[in-house]
Design a protein around this ligand. Structure first.
Ligand code: NAD
Length: 355
């Protein structure tokens, strides 16, 4: 079904409120999830809300917990997410990072122990909207590993995302934002639900043989696992995210001595936020960057490509289309939302009235 973004946001806000979340935090989270759908990343959109409600019920996610600064020295801050609702916790942490970078030129902020913070590009965009360049190294813990390191046939990590965002004066920021696995687990699940094969070179079966059969991953038996993207280069970045997001920021990696059975997806994130004004010559920098972006965008497109895009362009195209046409929500996702809604006392008629 197609549903307008504002109505979908109201449904999720009400759902999260009913699950015990204060209204302003529920709104931030609902907005974050719906914007992920609007930007084309359904894997990190409204389909995550049922998990959040279940984690709240299980006492693993504390929906009203605030980020707490536990170390503060010059440009460095360490923030405890206190297993709070990730979207508001990370948004507030990045607000602190931006304020610090305005004072010191650069801020390096570690967010640890936050429940799932969703689409990392949102935080890159938050920095870029404030005129800041940013890099975000993130690891994922709290569950069994599902992604092998490059060259391996056993899983050692989860999908460790990375984001780098560079502001542009016209608001069309450069936002590079991806999982370091060859495919996001949510996207593999979508293929599985539709009965479609996985792309080649993203999945190994339980014996370590390459496969496109998604049931090798979604099985109750011995499970296959994902590969990192980009051979040794993506595999290297996957490890850097584990070291910077996991070990340095979070002091919680996927090594077997750490808790793998927390029972909710937990993110640790190292964010480096840079104020380009601190370098001086802002206008010269911007002119040079724009000239280079124009040069890249004007490349003759390859076969089967309509035009060369910059990181962030596909999300802008999706946003324009889905704001106009509505957000597609598949039947399984909608049923799951209705199921948890019933658990918190919202029946189908109540949801229909909001939607
Ligand atoms: P993806 O493979 O769709 O890659 C997206 C990136 O590639 C964007 O920067 C996009 O602008 C750019 N891009 C895509 N097509 C392009 C083109 N033709 N030309 C130029 N640039 C192009 O992303 P993904 O790996 O599926 O990740 C999806 C989302 O999942 C991300 O937002 C990520 O932050 C999120 N994620 C979150 C977690 C978590 O634990 N919180 C874990 C993994 C992933």
């Amino acid at each position: 079904m197609l549903i307008q973004a504002d109505r979908l946001t109201r449904v999720l806000t009400t759902l999260l409120e009913k699950a015990g979340t204060e209204t302003d935090r529920a709104q931030v989270c609902a907005d974050h999830l719906v914007r992920a759908n609007l930007k084309g990343h359904d894997s990190h959109g409204v389909g995550m809300a049922p998990s959040y409600v279940r984690w709240i019920a299980a006492g693993k996610l504390f929906p009203n917990a605030r980020p707490k600064v536990i170390k503060d020295r010059a440009a460095v801050m360490v923030v405890d997410g206190q297993f709070g609702l990730g979207a508001p916790v990370a948004k507030e942490t990045i607000e602190m990072a931006i304020a610090r970078a305005k004072q010191t030129g650069v801020a390096c902020v570690a967010l640890r122990d936050s429940c799932h913070i969703g689409r990392i590009g949102t935080y890159g965009e938050q920095c870029a909207d404030a005129g800041m360049v940013s890099m975000h190294y993130v690891n994922v813990v709290g569950a069994e590993p599902a992604v092998a390191p490059f060259g391996g046939r056993e899983p050692r990590m989860l999908t460790n995302p990375y984001c780098c965002a560079v502001p542009r004066a016209n608001g069309d920021h450069i936002v590079l934002d991806f999982a370091t696995s060859a495919i996001a687990i949510g996207k593999l699940r979508v293929a599985h639900m539709k009965g479609e094969p996985a792309p080649a070179n993203v999945l190994l079966d339980a014996d370590g043989a390459p496969t496109t059969d998604t049931s090798a991953f979604f099985t109750s038996g011995p499970r296959g696992h994902l590969l990192p993207f980009g051979l040794h280069k993506g595999g290297g970045l996957q490890i850097i995210c584990e070291l910077l997001g996991g070990a340095l920021a979070g002091q919680w990696t996927m090594q077997p001595g750490s808790d793998r059975e927390y029972g909710a997806a937990v993110n640790n994130m190292l964010s480096i936020v840079i104020d380009p004004e601190a370098f001086g010559d802002l206008a010269d920098y911007q002119a040079e960057a724009e000239a280079m972006m124009d040069y890249v965008s004007s490349t003759a497109p390859g076969q089967g490509v309509d035009r060369v895009r910059l990181p962030g362009d596909p999300e802008r195209e999706s946003l324009a289309k889905r704001m106009r046409d509505g957000v597609p929500v598949d039947d399984n996702t909608w049923k799951d939302i209705l199921r948890v809604a019933a658990d918190v006392g919202l029946d189908e008629a109540a949801i229909a009235a909001i939607a």
